[in-house]
Design a protein around this ligand. Sequence first.
Ligand SMILES: [Zn+2]
Length: 463
Amino acid sequence: MINLHHHGATSGVTGSCHELTLTQGSHESGILIDCGLFQGQDEGRGASASDLSIDFPIDHIRALVVTHVHIDHVGRIPYLLAAGFDGPIICSEPSAIMLPEILEDALKIGFTRDRQLIERVLGLIRSRLVPVPYGQWHSVFAESDCSLSVRLQRAGHILGSAYVECDARVGGSEERIVFSGDLGAPHAPLLPAPQSPERADRLVIESTYGDKDHEDRETRRHRLKEVLEHALEDGGTVLVPAFSIGRTQELLYEIESLIHEFGGELWNNLEIVVDSPLAAEFTRIYRDLKPYWDAEATELVEQGRHPLSFEQLTVISSHEEHLNAVDYLARSHRPCVVLAGSGMCAGGRIVNYLKAMLGDKRNDVLFVGYQAAGTPGRDILNYGPKGGWVQFDGNRYDIRAQIHQVSGYSAHAGQSDLLRFIQGISQAPQEIRIVHGDEDAKQAFKKELDRLRFSNVSIPVGS
Ligand SMILES: [Zn+2]
């Protein structure tokens, strides 16, 4: 028997975590795909360690496969290790470089301040990492009556992201199961678009944007240009709450291209600040891993351009520098774009900027990513345009700054992209499970798949 279980989201604080288990008689062997921590609505409520501890049996789990290093896919790895998981952590080569970095940050914030303990956990994680090149089969286990191999393919979501093809064999039956992880949008800056798998008997697919499409890249770039030009006319700061991995680098890439194309006083004097040690670190890693960039980005580099390290870009790491920057920008009204996390304003350095700047109508807030219900980001987006307020640390902050949104820098496939991914599989999957989306998005996506007559489409509980 070949079974799928979905462990994520059962308590509202856990993220993506799927299990593929092969059963032969009384013998069970399985793998986990991702082991994440949810971000969004429940994040602020302060998940306790008991919420996050691994609440399902793992004795039979032989490996963890990581699709990509976003925290909602990897954040519970320390808890998995604490629960006694002793198998390899299989991931792409770029992910293997980024995973310890992202987990170090997560451990510092949510787990412990004990430096030695953090180093021990990170050492353990490093020793378990098994980087596997894209497109290459990797045997997880092979016994006489039961075997499992995995292959990672580019998912185009963030650097190192992969969807996972699993070839499972139990006795005489064989099956190919594909886990999408998070899929990127085609024509996203920097990364090549995902190609459909050649085969998927069963497909487990994300549905973050299962209910809508994004603006196309040119429209989006044009909107970004307009918003920035308009925002900077009255001399103010544009605050962009952005996740550190993926979106930050996509935005830098686009802004560099706007500066290059339009120049002039406004663009040439524009200052871009990335205020986040983690974002700075990941921008460096993105720069170092140019072999994984797409053709367009590679071309720019060959022309001598530096999409992720141009002259007008300042990177802030230390906390003191951060406080100085907030203070300086709130007073100076220099044309400046600040990228800082967290992406949903639920914490991180963006909060200090928002507190200092939301009350001034010369400033602007530009949302480029998904804002989950219950986050300050969602409140600013909803109530800002109506002259409302948002709460930080128990205090109200009136919103006079202009609020904008450019969707599509989400690093996520839109509904049609997801459909194309499925329709590109030459033989339709016998079963499709929709996971990793808001209830509305999952339902809307299921409706589309039903309308297109895909059989056996379901939304598993706890996914
Ligand atoms: Zn992701």
